[in-house]
Design a binder for this molecule. Structure first.
Ligand code: HEM
Length: 409
């Protein structure tokens, strides 16, 4: 008889991983999945343990993509080497500095959408190009953002399907092009406290020498795939708001709730859903014995819907009390720019809704949210650009206020 675990395939997860995760959390929280060739970890407490215990669950293991990134990068390193790599740059991405990132993203989106009327694909025409420019700006890279966007998109198929040599070759070619574009600039780059990359090159605790270009490039390569993620998150938030008129009205009537909506989106539909580790020793996790050398995949998307932490976890509800999320990871490798991403997503969505209050889904080309390692809609076709806000009455306003317990005179 076929067991439930045998029915779990990449295709099933690609369509919608969440029903599978729900059953795994309940019955098989740490499960070896034959079709995936890994152990899938789905409960929040276990996902946190996998990412927090870097001694037992290491980020440093051979893989086709680690050969392409270069093995000495920020994600594959640990201990003092890793601390040294973060030490110089963490200050740049402190939460107090996130405001300008929000404003920059908002301004760029407004520039792109202001002239739009009627229909458009907001993902391709605004959110992705803006994500690329914000990425370039955050790292102060001297490469144009159109090139960065093209290269980031070229890398993903190899990450998602490392068993396909043709896709890996495209990823490797994109990384080589990135290296060629960056190397002359990096060679000349002097110390500059305002630049993340200059800090990576020149802030080297315990050593008097700057890092060589070949020591900096693998870390730029490993973060390049993150470039589209804020745009994917912004697109998913717009889809969630288009699909739920009540939530849309709450944001429209109470713009100060947009931050809560972004937090909820990053819980409900994180654009990046998995992290990989390999065990360095035999270990027991939630009652399951894992051998040394086990390939472990921690499902961030599942942890964010753990019903022991979140009530009605499958519902998108911006009124939910904010709780810490698994979205940006745990432990020493927690996302370096985790304070900036919500601000950037908020800036992007605010830019669209401020300029086009009547924007709505285009029924002739519905969004298709798909994927499990990454989950997003590749196109976000909308209608109503240039229209005023529609269908919004005093009754709606009172209902929105009632949700929030707001009294109006
Ligand atoms: C919605 C957007 C993003 C999400 C959800 C996200 C999430 C994550 C997660 C889960 C990790 C931990 C990976 C692991 O433990 O294996 C991580 C690490 C990291 N992220 Fe992000 N990320 C996003 C965007 C970005 C962007 C745009 C950048 C760069 C500008 C970035 C830079 C990094 C770096 C450098 C690390 C490695 C940190 C380390 O190893 O110490 N992330 N991110």
């Amino acid at each position: 008889m076929t067991s439930f675990l045998d029915t779990i395939t990449p295709e099933v997860l690609h369509t919608d991983p969440y029903p599978v995760y729900q059953r795994l959390r309940r019955d098989h929280p740490v499960a070896e999945i034959p079709a995936l060739g890994c152990w899938l970890v789905t409960r929040r407490q276990d996902v946190r343990q996998v990412m927090s215990d870097g001694q037992t669950f290491t980020t440093r293991f051979p893989s086709a993509m680690s050969d392409i990134y270069g093995s000495e990068n920020i994600l594959s390193s640990s201990g003092d080497t890793h601390k040294g790599m973060r030490a110089g740059v963490e200050e740049i991405f402190e939460p107090e500095r996130a405001g300008p990132a929000r404003e920059y993203a908002r301004k760029l989106v407004i520039e792109r959408v202001s002239g739009m009327r009627g229909r458009a694909d907001l993902m391709g025409e605004a959110l992705q190009p803006v994500a690329a420019e914000v990425f370039r700006w955050m790292l102060s890279l001297e490469v144009d953002s159109t090139t960065l966007l093209r290269l980031a998109h070229a890398v993903w198929p190899g990450i998602l399907d490392p068993g396909d040599p043709a896709k890996l070759a495209v990823s490797a070619a994109a990384m080589n092009e990135l290296d060629a574009a960056l190397t002359p600039w990096l060679e000349e780059l002097g110390p500059d406290p305002s630049s993340a990359i200059a800090r990576w090159r020149h802030v080297t605790p315990g050593s008097g020498c700057p890092r060589g270009v070949a020591e900096v490039l693998p870390t730029i390569r490993v973060v390049l795939p993150s470039l589209p993620e804020p745009g994917w998150a912004a697109g998913s938030l717009l889809v969630a708001l288009f699909n739920d008129p009540d939530q849309r009205r709450l944001v429209r009537d109470h713009p100060e709730l947009l931050g809560d909506a972004v937090h909820e989106l990053l819980r409900w539909m994180p654009p990046f859903g998995l992290v990989e580790r390999v065990t360095t020793r035999p270990v027991e996790l939630d009652g399951t014995h894992l051998p040394a050398g086990a390939h472990v995949v921690a499902a961030i998307g599942s942890a964010n819907r753990d019903e022991t932490v979140f009530e009605q976890p499958d519902t998108f509800d911006l009124r939910r009390p904010r709780q810490p999320l698994a979205t940006f990871g745990y432990g020493e490798h927690t996302c370096l720019v985790r304070a900036f991403i919500p601000a950037i997503v908020e800036g992007m969505v605010a830019g669209v809704l401020d300029v086009h209050p009547g924007v709505r889904a285009d029924p002739s080309e519905p969004s298709r949210v798909a994927g499990w390692a990454t989950r997003y809609t590749a196109r976000l076709c909308v209608d109503g650009l240039g229209d005023p806000a529609t269908g919004y009455t005093q009754g709606h306003r009172r209902a929105a206020d009632a949700h929030l317990g707001v009294a109006r005179g």
